[in-house]
Design a binder for this molecule. Sequence first.
Ligand code: MEV
Length: 418
Amino acid sequence: MTDSSIPRFFEKTRKDRLDIVADFADLSDDEMAILQDDNGGISFEKADKMIENAIGMFSLPLGIATNFRINKKDYLIPMVIEEPSVIAAASKGAKTARAKGGFTVLADKSYSIGQVQILDVDVSAAITQIKNSTDKILQLANSKSSTLSGMDKGAKKISCKELDTPSGVMLIVELLIDVGDAMGANITNTMCEAVSPLIEEITGGRALLRILSNYSTKRMATARATFEKELVGGNKVVDNIISAYEFADNDVYRAVTHNKGIMNGVIAVANAVGQDSRAIEAAANAYASRSGRYGSLSTWSKDSNGDLVGVLQIPLSVGVVGGIANVHPTAKACAKILGAKSAQELACVMAAAGLAQNYSALCALATEGIQKGHMRLHARNLAAAAGATPDQIDQIVLQMTQEKQISLDRARELLGQI
Ligand code: MEV
């Protein structure tokens, strides 16, 4: 099976959902066993080696967003998140986008930025000295990774900037490193530390910090999708969604919430496939402030047909090799489900998930409000938990939402009556 639009996936049993996912992603018995391990996939012994002072494990729900078609390929997207409605919203947004071909996403190559801070230096002389020694510095940096060098990747460029600070001027030397399919934090830090004595020698300055920048502006992903106006709810709803976006783009209090909705999608995928979510969040928030004023990460407009067009541009430093993704069995199984073969492909999926999520949030907010759908979903989950069949679920949900009495007890009672 290669089609990610699976009717009524949410009403299926866990076993049926897993079977569908296994078929889609060609999962092995071992991978299926990992997904069914309710302890979250890792032993305490492993956890104890991953972090310090470990005392236990902490599980979060793992679900699957359906309907995604990105750059003409179908995806079932694993999402790890504690918040209800997010996976339903992503799937709904993807379903609407799918009618117009799905998401078109472009992602930059994975260029990581490393920074070396040089103090006690004649900055302008040092900049000339560094320019004259560029090859030597790059060579030294690249000697730290035969893997990247062997793939014609690695440190590619050096740039310098002067910072005027209250404690005096300082020179910041930046390495631009093609980290391939890795997130690249370790190799970036290693290269920065390796070249700093040479930079000290060349400039006569003193190196202080040597660390990657998480503001990954050379790893941008730009997702775009068109949402047919009839499916959105008509011209008026399209216009209202655009007004909702303009609210976010012109008011920081709304923009933070709007972007939080985008990050619901992005981070849920990041969690599932073992990415550094803090790095992604920090970069996204800085990017939302790039004009000097915090605004929306997405833009919404309409095309000449009157259809709604959403674009999300977001820095995403992610990897498919190295890091936790290679250690954590559930993250590995999720990566298999997702099937992203490169860091760029993973970034494309994450950006599409963010845009889908943003669409559904705006659509709900600009029409019936966020609570109604949320409560409907809650009622549906309760009806399913009470043991109702798909047909019975519809009846129970209708009854519970009409009488505004949504609880497991009421779902059981109504099921008994049916
Ligand atoms: C809730 O987690 C996310 C929303 O608040 C996003 C938004 O307001 O756009 C619904």
